[in-house]
Structure formats: structure tokens, C-alpha cells
Write a protein that binds this ligand. Structure first.
Ligand SMILES: [Cu+2]
Length: 111
């Protein structure tokens, strides 16, 4: 009886462990870069998958942000030649703008 329970426990937990490990291995998370130059996000539309990371680099003299249209995420203030990395989550709002320059718009897009 005891041996049976142990065997069952082992089987269930090993299966769970294998399942846990195989999820991150099933696709490789990528890190993408969006450069901000001349008051523009480049690329302005970036194709991503949940789990990926996006690094925003500011190449302008003035500070910028990348802020979700509904303000649910925000890089906040990015100084010249500084960068902020965010992680893409499934439920995330994909359209963003610059808090300081409202005409600056960018978009993340799922594959
Ligand atoms: Cu800006």
C-alpha cells in the first residue's frame, strides 16, 4: 500500500515536473528592441509573442516613455541612451504612446 502511494506520488510529480519544464522549452522567448529616434518608435509596429521581452532605447536628446494606451504598463522616463525592458504578457494592452509627446504612437502585435 505504502509503496503503491509512493509510486503514484512519484509518477504524478514527475509528470508535473516534465510538463513544467517543457512549457518554456516549447518556444524560445525573444528580446526585441525598439529604438526611439526623431520622436518615433522604430519599428512602430513590433511583432511579438507573450513571454518575449521588449527593450526600448532612447536615442533622442529629450526623454521619452512607452506608456500603454490604458496606462496599464509604462516604461516611465527614459533618458538619452538609456533603455528599459518590459516583459510581454498575454493580456497586455498592445498600443502605446509617449507620455511627454502624445503624438508618438507605437504598437506591439501578436504573431
Ligand atoms: Cu516622447
Amino acid at each position: 500500500m505504502k509503496k503503491h502511494i509512493l509510486k503514484l506520488w512519484f509518477r504524478n510529480n514527475v509528470a508535473a515536473l516534465v510538463a513544467t519544464l517543457s512549457i518554456p522549452l516549447s518556444f524560445a522567448a525573444e528580446t526585441h528592441t525598439v529604438e526611439i529616434t526623431n520622436f518615433q518608435y522604430k519599428p512602430s509596429v513590433l511583432v511579438i509573442q507573450p513571454g518575449d521581452k521588449v527593450t526600448f532605447i532612447n536615442r533622442d536628446i529629450v526623454p521619452h516613455t512607452a506608456t500603454a494606451n490604458d496606462n496599464s504598463w509604462d516604461t516611465r522616463h527614459i533618458e538619452k541612451d538609456q533603455s528599459i525592458t518590459i516583459e510581454v504578457r498575454q493580456e497586455m494592452t498592445l498600443a502605446y504612446y509617449c507620455f511627454y509627446h502624445r503624438n508618438m504612437k507605437g504598437e506591439l502585435q501578436y504573431k
